[in-house]
Design a protein around this ligand. Structure first.
Ligand code: FES
Length: 242
């Protein structure tokens, strides 16, 4: 066991022992050489190329640590934004297909009892729901072999033409084949009975119908989000009223 500290010298940074500083009188602690760089541990110092290599390694290690930190930050940011976007998109998707509290077209519309047309009267337009309320007598709504007869009751007919989507008005004074009063599309002339049965024109089917529920106070709830494609059985889809 030799007294003293190890010190690296030369090209290879070889260690040599350096004598320990003389113990100062009075028992005070020894002083390390303040000008030496690359000190690795107490009592061992590096000089020359060895010290530079140690400093470079330390710098590389610190640089690597900095890069890892940035990479982790980027990864966390990416997944954070990805999760946020996915959650938002999923929420919007579900909200779209799960409408709550919709009160206009696409939701449930309440029609007061006073707005319900009498049996056999002209169909009444319900603007907010984009449909006509038609109150058919038993056997109404067919014409010249078109449509199948049904019972007395109410029909909610979507006013969108099944041909190209024009809005179909009820024309109370329009005469056609000996009958006055038809739904008549202004775009290409498709013509429908009071029950929405197509009797003329390019429309591919009768007018579409909506679900009706009769409430205890005589009002109606029409579900404009529940639309059924029109068919020859439209007059049989009536809802009994009164
Ligand atoms: S859009 Fe109604 S007949 Fe063409």
């Amino acid at each position: 066991m030799a007294n003293g500290n190890s010190q690296q010298t030369g090209e290879g940074g070889q260690q040599r022992r350096v004598p320990a500083p003389a113990e100062p009188s009075g028992g005070s602690r020894p002083q390390r050489a303040p000008h030496l760089r690359g000190e690795s541990r107490q009592g061992v110092v590096q000089t020359g190329e060895g010290a530079r290599a140690m400093v470079t390694q330390a710098q590389r290690r610190r640089a690597r640590q900095g890069q890892v930190t940035r990479r982790q930050l980027l990864r966390v940011s990416f997944w954070g934004f990805f999760t946020f976007g996915l959650t938002g998109g999923l929420g919007a998707f579900l909200s779209n297909f799960w409408p709550r509290g919709v009160t206009g077209f696409g939701g449930r519309i309440t029609v007061g009892a006073s707005a319900v047309p009498d049996v056999g009267a002209d169909p009444a337009p319900i603007q907010i729901g984009k449909f006509y309320l038609s109150h058919l007598r038993a056997g109404d709504g067919t014409h010249a072999g078109f449509g199948t007869e049904g019972d007395e009751g109410l029909l909610a007919l979507w006013w969108k033409c099944p041909h190209l989507g024009c809005t179909i008005p009820w024309r109370a004074g329009f005469p056609f084949e000996g009958v006055t009063g038809w739904f008549r599309c202004p775009c290409h002339g498709s013509t429908y009975t009071k029950g929405g049965i197509r009797v003329f024109g390019p429309a591919p089917r009768p007018m579409d119908t909506m679900e009706i529920t009769v409430n205890s106070d005589g009002s109606l709830t029409v579900n404009t989000g529940n639309i059924k494609k029109g068919g020859e059985d439209n007059p049989q889809r009536t809802t009994s009223y009164g």
